[in-house]
Every structure is written in structure tokens, then in C-alpha cells.
Design a binder for this molecule. Sequence first.
Ligand code: HEM
Length: 539
Amino acid sequence: MIAIVCDYLINHPQDIFLSIGALIISYIIYFYISYFTRSDPLPGPLPLPIVGNLLAYPGDAGKWAQELHKKYGDIYEVYLGTARTVWLNRSDLVDKVMSSSHTNHFHHRTGENDGLDELDITSKGVFFNNIGKDLNYHRKIYEKTIMTPQFGKNILPVTQSLFKQLESFWKDYKCFEENREIDFSLWMQQFGFECTLKLVTHFHAPALINYYNSLNPKQKVTKIPEDSLSSIDTERFINCLKSNFDSWCFFLLIPKYLRRTLEIRTNNYLLREKDWLYSNVLNIIKLRKSQIENSSIDELRANQDLLTQFITMNTEKDISKGITDDFHSEPMSDGNIRQNLIETLSGGTVTVSSSLSFIIYFVAHHPEVLQKIHQELANVLGTNTDSEITFEDVNKLKYCDAVINEVGRLWPILPVNLRISSKPDTIDNHKFPTNQQFFINQQDIQLNPKDWNNPEEFNPSRFLSSNGTSKNALLIFGGGLRTCPGKNFAIIQMKILMALIYRKYDIELVDSTASIKYKYSLIRQCSEMMIKIKQRRNI
Ligand code: HEM
């Protein structure tokens, strides 16, 4: 039969085009018949064959979710390529997907995805790890390490001592004397990276020194502390942590055929950055492994950190105080350590620095809020602007907590979150099959008048009333089983930094009429926050 058709087409070449045309038209008819007769349809934009609604994607899932929400209501569907995704836009609609129950079957973020496989992250680390037993094990390790009060206490000395160095650089760079404009977000990225690396690995990378030297090449700091990973290219490292979010977003959403044809340059650039990052993180792991070989278990116990815990787990030098489960009796693979370390460093470097920059922006636009921050700092810390801040002090900074919440409510780092079902289920009387991909519009949920009075208003004091917030109405750190394990770390660090900055310095935005400069890449990364900083006069 095929031979007859081929024979015919060879003798009638003009019919080849007709046949291709007929095939395409048949596919389009088939596609739209399937689409219009699908079971349990939801409102949503009309998809095109093959690309679905991807051509309408504006490059920012947060913005897209808001536009679609206005048009199609609280629950709608969008086709990403050929995959149907369901978007949820109200706190009560996400009850099931954000549940903390261990019987919850919305445990994972995504299903099979060749792009994320190519990045080697669907069986490693936490964020996109689809191997349930490994994911739970890694989260358990976080619970016993970075989520403990002891870790919270360790953040204080490291942050305060690094802040002293930051202040000396600001002073040497004449930030306080001249009308010098600085990019606060870049300074905070160096700070966050150096601080997090120190806290989770005990290694010291001189990111602040390197950044200062790049700004001030004529008066370079040449004395690098002895315990530093001095050969590490901190600027590239931080850039790779940032572009790693671009990779997650790009490889998650863009189908292989588009990545490898139309977007080949982006594809190759991101893969190069990923390779550099992975190999440099693996070098850190190798270095620590060699130090561990030459250390006694008592020395390791005295100097506990997340990386040492990862490496020694299930070895004869295990310092993990019994973080075990029924599935893991072997040491953790280098690939898993690499991915966990990258996710932790990204949280401490990119998300914390962006969140703080957004706080600076909102507070600069609301002098009445700044006044209340000053009042709280004076009440809790007194008037000595160089005094040591204690863990008890940090716990008393309730208004600073409220500011962090309010900025995160109006301007969340992760505007749209993801979950996938592992069993059929019903939401809002709609039936969904196994492997249904859900997108959670966290941004709009946090702006819903059903849960918030005057939702568009910037009013941190709303968090000080005893009424509390409705369930799942505040998702700054996500929710349920996959809630952010770095939440306490981030909040403590942001509060200390708010206290250190606002008790001593006045901050002015260089352009107070400009909107926030950010880039969307799964999360919102602050791309620039130009400020002028001065010593406070009226304390
Ligand atoms: C202001 C700073 C931060 C914000 C706003 C933030 C926000 C988030 C959000 C919304 C999620 C998704 C949670 C969910 O799906 O329910 C998440 C996940 C995660 N965050 Fe954070 N985060 C911050 C800082 C950090 C820090 C400092 C770390 C590490 C030290 C960290 C590590 C992680 C990890 C490992 C995950 C993946 C958890 C999982 O998939 O189970 N984050 N974060």
C-alpha cells in the first residue's frame, strides 16, 4: 500500500503538497474536535495546535496569571504546548493542593519533563525531585538542620560580623559622604552569598571584597582572609545561581523542539552556565571531603554544618544525630549533595537579596512605616546603633515581621507556584485525572478582598491585629508539605539586616518615581535597586 502511494507521489509531485496540506488540516480538525469535546471543560484562552497558548506567554507567569484571572475567573485552564494546565486563583481552591497532610497526593511540583531531566534535577535535591522517598529524606535533613532554633541562633554572629565588613566598604567607597549611588541589590547578593556559604559549608568566599575591588580598582583590598576559597570566582558563581533560575523556567516551559531550534542560543548559554555551576559546587564538595578525611569525628561535631552533615551521613564519621529512614543506608551521592547545596545557596543569595531590596523600595515610599520601624528598633535595641543584636531582640521585632509579610504579600518572590496530582481528584466540583498540572496564582490569592481588607494598600499593621489571616491566604513561603525550608533562616536574616540598616542609615531611592526593576525567572529577581545611603542624623 505504502509502495503504491509513494509510486503515485513520485509520478505526481504536485500532489505531495496537497497531501501534506490534507494531513495538516486533518490534524487541526482532530485537535479542535478533541478540544471542544473534552471532559469537564474550564474557561480559558483558545489553544493553537502544538504550541497551545504558549505564544501568548508575556515572559512573566505572574503577570500572565493576573491577566488570565481577570478574564476567566478563579479557575481556568491554559495549554502549555499540548499539556493542559489548571490555574487556581482563590485561597479555598488551593486547600487540597497546599494541604500538609501526609496523605496529600499533590506532593510533587511537576511530572515527567525532559527539560528538567536535561538539567539533572528531577531525581536530585528537593525543588523538582520526583523521587518521593529521596525528596522526603532531604526535607527531613533540612528540618533537623537549617530549620532548627540553633541554626537560627548561628545566623546572628555571622550576619553581624559580615555587616561590619560591608559598612567599612561603604565607608571606604565614600557612600556616606558623596552623593554616591549604589546598587543595593548587588551588594546584598554578595552579602547573601558569602553569609549563606559560610553558614551551610563553613567555607568563606570573599564575595564582598571581590565586588568592592571591582567598583574601586584603584584602592583594591589585597589582603584576603586565610580561610577563604580565594580562587573561587564569586561574581560568576552568583551570576550562575541567578541564571540557574532562568534555566529552571526555560527548561520547564519550553518544549525540546523549540529549545533546540528557535531558542538554541539561550539553550546553549544556559547549559554552559549550568555546567560551570555544577562543576564548581562539586569542587567545593570534593574539598570538604578531603578535609573530612583528615578530621576526627569530634572535630567535625564541633564544627557542624549542612554540607558536613550531607557528606558524612551514613558513613563512619556520621555527625547527623540519627537523621535516618528505612530507605537510605548509603552515603548521599555527590549529585544529590550538589543539588541540595545549589538550592540552599540560591535561597540565601537570590531570594533573600531580592526580598530585602523590595522591602527597601516599599519602605522608601512609606515614611510612616519607616517611622514605626525606627520606633520599634529604638524600643527593642536602644539608641546605641553599634550594639550587638541578640536572638531575643530579633524575636521582639514584630513590626519588622509585619513589614516582611506585607511586602511579600504585595510583591511575592514566587508569584505562581506549581503542584501535580498523583491520583484523580475533584476541586471545585471539577474532576481531574492523575498527573494534572496545577498552577497556583499566589500573587492574586494574596490580593483577594475576600481575605484582605483594602488588599492593594501597603499596611504592615494589618498583621499586628489578633484576627490572623485566612488559611492559605498568605503564601509568601508557599504552603503545605513543600513549604520553604529556608523560611526561618530568611526571616531571621532579613530582620537582622533591617535592624542593622534602618537603625543607623537613611536610605533614599535614586529615582522614587520608577517602578521596581525585576526579572521574572520562576521567581522575581530584583535586577537593580539604586539608592543613596547616609548615616542617620536624628536618632
Ligand atoms: C525571602 C526569602 C525566601 C522566600 C520568599 C522563599 C520562598 C519560597 C517558596 C514560595 C518556595 C516554594 C514553597 C512551596 O512550593 O510551597 C520555596 C521553596 C524552597 N526554598 Fe525558599 N524562600 C526564601 C528563602 C530561602 C532560603 C534562605 C533557603 C535556604 C537556605 C530556601 C530554600 C528553599 C528550598 C530548598 C525550597 C524547595 C522546597 C521543596 O521543594 O520542598 N529558601 N521558597
